[in-house]
Design a protein around this ligand. Structure first.
Ligand SMILES: Nc1ncnc2c1ncn2[C@@H]1O[C@H](COP(=O)(O)OP(=O)(O)OP(=O)(O)O)[C@@H](O)[C@H]1O
Ligand SMILES: [Mg+2]
Length: 136
């Protein structure tokens, strides 16, 4: 089934010059970019995006990180896009993520793990409406 998913290339991806590398992987897989924006978010936007995590111990440094510089937000579309993007991203902890995945190849951190992908159809709908309210 064709799905849309919200992806973030987090500030570490921009800082490290890995935007092209990561976007190329999504495009090579066959996913379509239907929206894309370079953006520097504030704490309120971080809290809205990570609403499910705001009470967690790891959240304050995560908020500092995601607001530390510009990121690239995009919507990808394709068959089973939500699960496909999660598989391409790899496990949350870059140290444990499998080689061949974005995090497994390019991240050595549990926090600075380069990418975000929506984790369910409900999350995708919420996150796409949050980041791209004008997307039809
Ligand atoms: N134990 C942790 N220590 C530090 N940062 C963490 C930890 N767990 C999660 N994070 C950070 O919070 C983000 C959200 O955590 P979540 O459990 O939703 O992982 P994920 O779904 O793999 O990642 P994302 O939501 O960014 O796609 C992670 O991507 C990571 O940047
Ligand atoms: Mg998540």
């Amino acid at each position: 089934m064709t799905q849309r998913t919200l992806v973030l290339l987090k500030p570490d991806a921009v800082r490290r010059g890995l935007v092209g590398n990561v976007l190329a992987r999504f495009e090579a897989k066959g996913l379509s970019i239907v929206a894309l924006e370079h953006r520097h978010i504030d704490a309120a936007m971080a809290d809205a995006h990570y609403a499910e995590h705001v009470e967690r111990d790891f959240y304050p440094p995560l908020r500092t990180f995601v607001t530390s510089g510009p990121l690239v937000a995009l919507v990808l579309e394709g068959d089973e896009a939500i699960e496909v993007v999660r598989a391409l991203n790899g496990a949350t902890d870059g140290r444990k993520a499998a080689p061949g995945t974005i995090r497994g190849d390019l991240s050595l951190s549990n926090r600075e793990n380069l990418v975000h992908g929506s984790d369910s159809p409900e999350s995708a709908e919420r996150e796409i409406a949050l980041w791209f309210p004008n997307l039809g």
